[in-house]
Ligand binder design. Structure first.
Ligand code: SAM
Length: 347
C-alpha cells in the first residue's frame, strides 16, 4: 500500500524488541510517530529513529486521543506508522484509530509484538488461568473499586488476576507495586485481600533489570521494585507446577503458598447456605395445619420464582457464580409448589 496506517508493536522493553517484520514495515513508512503514554519503554524517539533510519516523532496523548484527525489526514496521503509499546492492540485507543481509518477508506495494517499480557507467563502461572485484567488507577484518576470487583469476579471462577499499574509517562507518575498492595490492604475486604494473600510483583519484564517476586502481601509491600513499568498479580488456586515455579524460580517461601486459605466466593456461599439450611431443618416447627392456600399465595410464589430467575440471568451475564444459587432458588420454589400439588409441570 502506498498510503495507509500501520500500527507497529515495539514489544516489551526497548528498540531491540522490535521484530524484523516491525523494522521492515517501519522502514517502508513515510512518517513515523511514537506513542509512549500507554506504557513506559526503555527507549525514545531518537533511539528508535537511529535504528530504523528515519525520523520518529513523539506523539502526545492529546495528539492520539483527541487530535487523531491529523494522523488520519496524513495516512490518507502517505504511509504512516505508529510505534506503540508492548503489543499495539492492548489499548482500545488504537483499535478506535483502526476503525476510524477504515471508515475513511484508509488501508490499515497491524504488526504484533510481545506484551505484558503474555509475558506474565514467565512467573510460571498458567496464562490460560488468568481472568479479566484490570488497571489500578493513579490516585488522582479514580478509586480502586473496579480492581476489587475484578478480583472478586476472577476469584469466584478460580482465575488469576493481573493488575496493571497506571502510569502517566508525560507527568512522570506511576502507581508502584507497594502502593497497589497498600491500597488493596486498606480496601476493607480482608476475605479477598489481607497481609497473608499471595501476590506476585513483576517489574520491567523483558528488560535486563526485570524482577519477579512472589510472597505474602505483607512481605512484598516494602520491597523496592525500582522504576516502572510494574504490575501485580494475585494468583487464585495453584496447580502444583505453578506453585513449584514460584518457589524454585522466584524463591517464594513455601508457607506463603501453604498458609493460604483460598476459598472462592462460590465455596464461601456453599458453606454459608449449607450451614443455614442445616440450622433451619434442625429447628423448624410445623405451623397449625391444615392451612388453605389460594391463588394470590400461589401467584406470589410464582413471582418469587420469576425474580430469582431474572437475578440468575443477570448474574450469569456478569459471569458471577451467584447465578447458580439464584437459579437453584427458583428451581426449589417450583419443586415445592409441585410437591404441594399447587401447580403442574415437568422438568
Ligand atoms: C496500558 S498497559 C499497555 C500494555 C502494552 N501495550 C503491552 O502490550 O504490554 C501498560 C501497563 O502494563 C504494565 N506493563 C507494561 N509493560 C510492562 C513490563 N515490561 N513489566 C511489567 N509491567 C508492564 C504496567 O502496569 C503498565 O502500566
Amino acid at each position: 500500500m502506498s498510503n495507509g496506517l500501520v500500527l507497529i508493536s515495539i514489544g516489551l522493553s526497548d528498540e531491540k524488541d522490535l521484530s524484523l517484520r516491525a523494522l521492515e514495515e517501519a522502514r517502508r513508512c513515510d512518517h513515523l510517530h511514537l506513542e509512549t503514554y500507554t506504557t513506559k519503554l526503555d527507549t525514545d524517539a531518537d533511539r528508535l529513529g537511529r535504528l530504523i533510519g528515519k525520523p520518529v516523532k513523539q506523539l502526545s496523548r492529546i495528539n492520539l486521543e483527541e487530535h487523531s484527525e491529523f494522523l488520519l489526514d496524513e495516512a490518507s496521503r502517505s504511509r504512516v506508522g505508529i510505534l506503540v509499546g508492548g503489543d499495539c492492540l492492548t489499548a482500545t485507543t488504537h483499535v478506535s484509530l483502526l476503525i476510524e481509518a477504515r471508515r475513511r477508506g484508509i488501508p490499515t495494517e497491524v504488526i504484533h509484538g510481545s506484551s505484558i499480557l503474555t509475558a506474565v507467563a514467565e512467573t510460571g502461572l498458567s496464562i490460560y488461568k488468568f481472568g479479566k485484567t484490570v488497571t489500578m488507577p493513579l490516585p488522582e484518576k479514580g478509586i480502586a473499586d473496579a480492581v476489587l470487583e475484578t478480583l472478586e469476579g476472577n476469584m469466584e471462577q478460580g482465575l488469576h488476576t493481573l493488575i496493571l499499574l497506571d502510569l502517566d509517562s508525560e507527568a512522570n507518575k506511576f502507581v508502584n507495586i507497594n502502593q497497589a498492595v497498600e491500597t488493596l490492604l486498606k480496601s476493607g475486604k480482608p476475605e479477598m485481600f489481607n497481609p497473608n494473600t499471595l501476590v506476585v510483583g513483576v517489574t520491567r519484564l523483558g528488560s535486563e533489570t526485570q524482577q519477579i517476586r512472589a510472597d505474602k502481601a505483607f512481605n512484598v509491600s516494602d520491597i523496592d521494585f525500582g522504576a516502572p513499568p510494574q504490575a501485580l498479580i494475585i494468583p487464585a488456586g495453584l496447580h502444583f507446577v505453578e506453585a513449584e515455579a514460584l518457589i524454585i524460580l522466584y524463591g517464594c517461601p513455601e508457607e506463603a503458598i501453604k498458609d493460604r486459605k483460598i476459598q472462592s466466593t462460590s465455596e464461601k456461599l456453599i458453606k454459608k447456605y449449607v450451614e443455614s439450611c442445616r440450622r433451619v431443618l434442625t429447628n423448624l416447627k410445623l405451623k397449625g395445619l391444615p392451612r388453605s392456600v389460594g391463588e394470590p399465595e400461589v401467584n406470589e410464589l410464582v413471582d418469587h420464582a420469576e425474580r430469582y430467575l431474572s437475578d440468575a440471568i443477570y448474574y450469569a451475564s456478569e459471569k458471577r457464580g451467584t447465578a447458580l444459587s439464584s437459579v437453584s432458588y427458583c428451581e426449589g420454589i417450583l419443586d415445592a409448589m409441585r410437591l404441594l400439588g399447587l401447580v403442574e409441570f415437568e422438568w
